[in-house]
Design a protein around this ligand. Structure first.
Ligand SMILES: [Zn+2]
Ligand SMILES: [Zn+2]
Length: 407
C-alpha cells in the first residue's frame, strides 16, 4: 500500500513541474499586458502540501469495486485442466509402445508437463494459457489495496510470487502425491496405533481433510467476492484481472459456433452421400464431357460373341491390378440376355449395371444407350456357350443361373 501510494505521489508533481513553465509562457504570450509572473503561481505553490496529502490518502478513499466475471475465472481453470489432460494423453500414447516401466515415473512425467506449461505461461507472461484465452492475467494484489483496486494500471507479479506459485502448485502437488503413494504402498495405515509411522499416516489424513475443508471455504468465499480462485492464489495475493479491460467481457463463442457449423455440415454430408447415385452422376458427366464418337470408337466390339464384355472389363481391371492374365472361362456369358442394341451379356451383369446406373448405361460393345433387355434365344450362340460350360463342368454356376432364371 505504502509503496504504491508514494510512487504515485512522486511521479505526479514531477510531471506538473515540467509543464508549469510552459503554461506560464503560454499565459505570457497570450496576455502580454499582464505582469511578469502568473497571477496563480503563488496559489499553486501554497496548494502543493494539501494536494500531496490528498494524493497520499487516495488509497483510503472508497472506490468502486473491481468485478471480474467468476465464470471466466472458472472457465480459465477448466481450459488449463483440459490442456494438461490433452498433453498427458499425447505423452501416454507416445509411450504406449514402450515398456510399461514408464508408469513408475507417472508422477514425475506429470510434474514435468506441468512445469513446462507453467514456465511458458505464468512464469513468463503472468497468466496461464486458459486465462489468456479468457482475457485474464494475474496481478499483484498487494499493490492494489483499498482505493487502488480499480486503478487502470495493474501491478505485475513479483518474481517471488511467480516462483512460489510454481513451487506450491507443481512441487506441492508432486510431493503430496508421492508421499501418499509411498505411505499407501508400505501400508502404514494398518500398523499399530502407537507406531510413529501410523501417527504420521493419521496426521497426513487429518492434513488432507483440513486442506479440502479450506479449499471448500475458499471456493465459497470466491463465489461471494470473486477474488481468489484457489488457496495458493489467496496466500500469494495473486488475483486474476482482465488483461484488456476495454474488451468485451463476455466469452467469445466464435470457435464454438464454427465447430458446431462444421459438425452439422459433416453430419448432413454423411446423411446425403448414400442417397446420391455416384455412378449415375459419373456416367452423366462422362456423357456430357466425352464426345459420342470417342465412346463409340473405344468399345469392346473386338471380343468374341460368347464373352460377356462386362465380365471381361471387370476381369481386366482385376488382372491389371493383380498382374495375372484373364481366363476365358471366367468371362463367358452366363444366362445370356440381349440388349436393345443386340449385344449379349450375362443376366446378372447387365441387370446390375442397369439398376446401379439407372438406365444411363452404354453398351460396352457399341456405345448405344441400353434401356431394355430380353432373354436371348439364339440357339447357335447358346449351343456354343453350353458346350463350353460342359467342358468346364462347373455345376455350382449352373445352379446359379437356374435360380436367376426363375427370378
Ligand atoms: Zn458377365
Ligand atoms: Zn451394343
Amino acid at each position: 500500500m505504502s509503496t504504491a501510494s508514494t510512487k504515485t505521489t512522486e511521479q505526479k508533481p514531477a510531471t506538473v513541474n515540467n509543464t508549469q513553465p510552459e503554461n506560464a509562457k503560454l499565459v505570457q504570450n497570450n496576455v502580454a499586458s499582464e505582469s511578469e509572473s502568473a497571477f496563480w503561481k503563488n496559489d499553486w505553490i501554497r496548494a502543493q502540501n494539501t494536494l500531496s496529502s490528498i494524493r497520499r490518502s487516495l488509497s483510503s478513499f472508497p472506490s468502486p469495486p473491481l468485478r471480474i466475471l467468476r465464470v471466466s475465472q472458472l472457465d480459465a481453470d477448466l481450459l488449463d485442466t483440459e490442456l494438461f489432460a490433452m498433453l498427458k494423453e499425447q505423452l501416454w500414447q507416445a509411450f504406449s509402445l514402450l515398456d510399461p516401466y514408464y508408469k513408475r515415473y507417472e508422477l514425475e512425467l506429470m510434474a514435468i508437463i506441468q512445469f513446462i506449461l507453467y514456465r511458458f505461461s505464468i512464469y513468463e507472461t503472468g497468466a496461464s494459457f486458459g486465462a489468456q484465452l479468457q482475457n485474464l492475467k494475474y496481478r499483484n494484489e498487494k499493490m492494489h489495496n483499498g482505493g487502488l483496486q480499480s486503478t487502470a494500471n495493474d501491478a505485475p507479479l513479483s518474481k517471488m510470487q511467480r516462483m512460489l506459485f510454481g513451487l506450491f502448485t507443481i512441487g506441492g502437488q508432486y510431493v503430496w502425491a508421492k508421499v501418499n503413494r509411498l505411505v499407501t504402498a508400505f501400508s502404514w495405515g494398518d500398523l499399530a496405533e502407537n507406531d510413529p509411522r501410523k501417527i504420521f499416516w493419521t496426521s497426513l489424513q487429518k492434513l488432507e481433510h483440513l486442506y479440502y475443508t479450506s479449499v471448500l471455504i475458499n471456493f465459497l468465499v470466491f463465489l461471494y467476492d470473486g477474488r481468489y480462485r484457489t488457496l495458493v492464489e489467496r496466500m500469494l495475493s495473486m488475483r486474476l484481472v482482465y488483461a484488456r479491460r476495454v474488451m468485451n467481457r463476455q466469452i467469445s463463442f466464435e470457435f464454438l459456433n464454427r465447430q458446431l457449423i462444421w459438425h452439422t455440415f459433416t453430419e448432413f454430408l454423411l446423411f446425403l452421400v448414400p442417397l446420391i447415385n455416384l455412378r449415375k452422376l459419373k456416367n452423366k458427366i462422362t456423357h456430357t464431357l466425352i464426345p459420342e464418337s470417342y465412346i463409340k470408337s473405344h468399345t469392346l466390339a473386338f471380343l468374341p460373341s460368347h464373352i460377356c464384355a462386362i465380365c471381361h472389363e471387370n476381369q481386366s481391371s482385376y488382372a491389371a491390378s493383380a498382374g495375372v492374365s484373364i481366363s476365358s472361362s471366367s468371362t463367358k456369358v452366363n444366362n445370356p440376355y440381349e440388349t436393345n442394341c443386340g449385344h449379349v451379356y450375362c443376366y446378372y451383369c447387365i441387370k446390375s449395371k442397369l439398376i446401379l446406373d439407372g438406365g444411363m448405361w452404354r453398351c460396352l460393345r457399341c456405345g448405344e444407350e441400353v434401356n431394355e433387355i430380353r432373354r436371348f434365344d439364339n440357339k447357335v450362340v447358346e449351343m456354343e456357350v453350353e458346350e463350353e460350360e460342359e467342358r468346364v463342368d462347373d455345376t455350382s454356376q449352373e445352379k446359379d443361373y437356374q435360380s436367376t432364371d426363375n427370378e
